[in-house]
Ligand binder design. Structure first.
Ligand code: 1GP
Length: 242
């Protein structure tokens, strides 16, 4: 099944989805244990990407991961060099509230030919970073404009609804001290008839629950499960029974 069909199913059936993010550069992570847990529980896709522009061995990491699991592997690229034809799909992220043109469209232009030739499924994604601290690596690298009020949030959500993005990803930033607020997710849910993915700073199943309740279709965890891969089982169980 195409990954976008799986995501659409989650939204239409009002079931919920769970993505796990793996950064190939974090060598200290217990990858075997993470993947064992992913295979044992309810994970819809593994996102792979990192904030470092040039990750050495990116393609061979995807090849290795593919041998360990049947869960779809979806690129979540931090730059145009993080592309591999072995992946099942790519979230082609346009960071809408960036003042750095390359994060809105430039990296995409550099990656476009490789993506087309790879034949992998492309999921155009409106990527909105809601990081009030401005301290996460994405905020710094991409000159992210802070969304200070609900009206600011609404503007970006309305814009995402008008443009031809298949999904909307609301991001607090990887490693954020706090996730985005359930009230921001509620605003998005009221406006959007598109799947909503929420990630960044989700450290506990309770937090995930509040975001799913507010209207997120899919939650993403990275840092928390790198530190404790067994949390994958807790998040998976929560999302499955939601
Ligand atoms: C980052 O949304 C993902 O893009 C995951 O964030 O690492 O904070 O879980 P965390």
């Amino acid at each position: 099944m195409a990954v976008i069909d799986l995501i659409m199913q989650r939204m239409k059936n009002r079931s919920k989805g769970y993505f796990v993010l793996i950064d190939p550069e974090k060598r200290s992570v217990d990858l075997n244990r993470m993947v064992q847990n992913i295979n044992r529980t309810y994970v819809d896709a593994i996102l792979v990407g990192g904030s470092n522009k040039n990750i050495s061995g990116f393609h061979s990491f995807i090849v290795r991961l593919k041998k360990m699991t049947d869960v779809p592997i979806v690129l979540f690229p931090g730059s145009h060099s993080q592309i591999s034809k072995e992946a099942d799909a790519i979230l082609l992220l346009s960071l809408l509230n960036s003042r750095s043109l390359k994060h809105v469209i430039g990296e995409h232009i550099d990656a476009a030919e490789t993506i087309v030739r790879s034949g992998i499924e492309v999921i155009p994604t409106a990527y909105i970073v809601m990081d009030k601290t401005g301290k996460t690596s994405v905020s710094r690298a991409a000159e992210v404009l802070k969304l200070k009020s609900e009206d600011d949030v609404k503007k970006y959500i309305y814009a995402s609804s008008l443009m031809s993005y298949s999904v909307v990803y609301l991001e607090a930033g990887s490693g954020a001290s706090q996730s985005i607020s359930p009230s921001a997710v509620k605003i998005a849910r009221r406006i959007l008839d598109k799947p909503i993915i929420v990630g960044g700073g989700i450290k506990t199943p309770d937090k995930a629950k509040s975001l799913l309740k507010a209207g997120a279709d899919i939650i993403v965890t990275g840092n928390a499960i790198e530190k404790n891969p067994d949390l994958i089982l807790d998040f998976g169980a929560l999302v499955k029974r939601f």
